[in-house]
Unconditional design. Sequence first.
Length: 650
Amino acid sequence: MAPATRRRVRRALVGVPLLVLLAAAAASAWLWATTPLPAAGAVQPPQATVLRWSDGSELARLGAHDRRPVPLTAVSPHVRHAVLAAEDRGFDGSPGVSLRGTLRAAWVNLRRGELEQGGSTIAQQYARAAFLTPERTWTRKAREAVLALKLLRERGHEQVLEDYLNTVYFGRGAHGVEAAAQAFFGRSAGELGPAEAAVLAAQLRSPLAYDPARDPAAARARWEYVLDGMAERGWLDARPAAYPDVLPRRTPGDRLGGPTGHLVQHALAELAARGLDRDDVETGGLDVVTTFDRGMQEAAVRAVEAALPVPLPDGVYAGLVSVEPGTGRVRAEYGGDDHVRRPFNAVTQGSAQAGSSFKAYVLAAALSRGIPLSATLDGSSPRLFGDYRVRNAAGAGAGEVDVVAATARSVNTAYVELAVRTGPRHVAAVAEDLGITADTSVERDSPAIALGVTTVTPLEQAVAYATLAAGGVRAEPFVLETVTGPRGRVLHRAEPRTERVLDEDVAADALSALQAVVRSGTGRAARVPGRPSAGKTGTTSGNTAAWYVGVVPQLSTAVAVYSERADRPLRGFAGVREVTGGSLPARIWGRYTAAALAGAPVEPLPEPAGVGPPPVPPAPTPSPLPPRQDDGPRELPPPEPGAPLELAGR
C-alpha cells in the first residue's frame, strides 16, 4: 500500500470514530435540550376514588388503581432497604444510569433484534413510570436515561426515592408503597418489618408473577433473593425465618359486596348524572363525601336483618331509606343484603303499590282544600262509589268517624269518601308536589287512588313524607355532599334544592292525624319510647307489599317489604303468618329509628293548626260518580262493576 493511501486509511480510522462520537454527543445534547424535567408534583398516575361517610371516614375505594402518597419519613427503613436490594443496590452512589447494566441490556437487545431488557436504575424506573409512555423504543429509552440523570442532579437521591416509592406499581391495583402495604398486609408502610418489606419489594420485578396468592413458590424464591441483597448490604440484623402472612387478593366486586354495595352504586349514579362516568371515577383520584351517616346505616342494616331472613326468599325484596327533612340528604339506605349476589336496589330500583301509606297524600290534599280533621266520614262497610264497591280490612264497618280516627284505623271506605270530596285529580297533584314522581295518570280520575294502587319506590315515599315533616317544604334527595379533585379543587358542593309546595298549617294538621296512627292505630309497633313520631302503614290486597313510612323531625324513613309477583303473597316467613304494614315494616322502623337517633335530642312535632272550616256533614252515600271508562291495563286491574274494591288493607 502506498504511503499516501496508508495515510488516508489512518485518517479514516481516526475520523470515523470521531464522527461517531461527535454524532453521539450532538444527539445527547439534543436529547438533553429537548427532554425537559417536569415540575415537581406534575406526576399524576391513575388514582383510586375514595367514597366517604358523612363524617369523613372511608366508605369505599373505587378503581383498579390505588395510590396514597406518603413522605419518605413515613416509610419503614426496612421497606426502603428491601426495595434497593431488589431493584438498585448501588442507588446511593448512582448518577441515575448504570453504564454496566445499560451495556449488558443493549448487547442482549442487539442479539435478539428487539428491545427487551432495560437495565434500569430506580431513577430510570421512576422516570418511565411517572413521565413516559410504556412503549419499547430506543428513543423512549434514551429519554428515560436523560430524565434519570436530570432527576438525581436536581432533586437528589432522597426525593427521587420518595417519588419512586409513591409511584411504582406493586400489583393488586396498588400504585405506591402505602397502598401496597394496605393491599398485602392491611397495615401502613411505616409499620412493616423486614419480612413484609421483602414481600413488597419482590413484587416490583413482576407484580403478577410474584404475588404469593398466585404463585407461592415463585414469590418465596424472589423473597429470598431480596433478603440476600439486604443481608449483603448489612441491612438485616436477623434474617426472617418464616414467610409472613399475606391478605387474600381482593377483586373490585368484593369492595361492592354487602349492603354497602348499594350505597356505592347510588353514589356512582349521581356522579354519572353530573358528567363523571365510571372510568372518570376509577382513575380520577376523586375524594367524595357522601350524605350517608355511618351510624344510621349500621342501625338500618341491623334493624332489617334482625327482623327478616337473610337472604330473603326469591322474588321478595326489602328496602329502608332515610331522608333528612328540609335538605333532602339521604342518611341511610338498605337496598338489599348483598349487592354482588343481588345487584337490584330495593330502594331506588324497586317499586310496589303503596297501599294505605298513600292515604297520607289524600289527607294532605283534603286539608289543603279546607276539609278539617274534625270532618265526619262514613266508615260503614261495604260502600258503593259509582261502580266501585269498597270494603274495609276484614270487612268490618267503622260507623261515623272523623278524619283523625279514619287515619288511625286506616278506614278504607272513609278515605275513599275523603278522596271523592277532595277530588282524585287534586290528590294526585298534591302527591306529586310532595315528592311522588310515579305516573298517576291512570288513578287520578278514580276513587281507587285513595287506597294506594299507585306504584312507588321507597325513596319517593321517604321524600314525600319528609316534605310533611319539613312543614310543606320539599327537598330534592341527594347523596353527594362534596366531590374534590386530586389537586384539592372542589368539583361539586351540595346545595339543597327546596321548594314550598304545601301550606305549613296543612302539613302540621296532617302530621297530627298521622301521630294518631302510632299512638292508637295500625302503627303501634313503630313506637319509639320518649320520641314523638307520625306515620302510616300500608298493605296491598293479596299481601304482596307491606309498608311503614314515618317521620320524626330529624328523619323521614320508608320501610317496604314486597313481592315481585302478584301470585306470591308475603305469608309464612320471618315468624309472621301474614305480613302487613303494621307488622314487620313498623317493627323495623321503630327499631331502626330508636338506634339511629340514640343520643340525639328529642324534638317535638308541630302542634295542630286547625285548618279548614267548621265540620261539614257527611257526603251522601253512595257518592255519585260518572261511569268508569276502561283506559288500559293497570298494575292491578280494577274490579268488575259491583265487585268489592279491595286494593289495599291496613
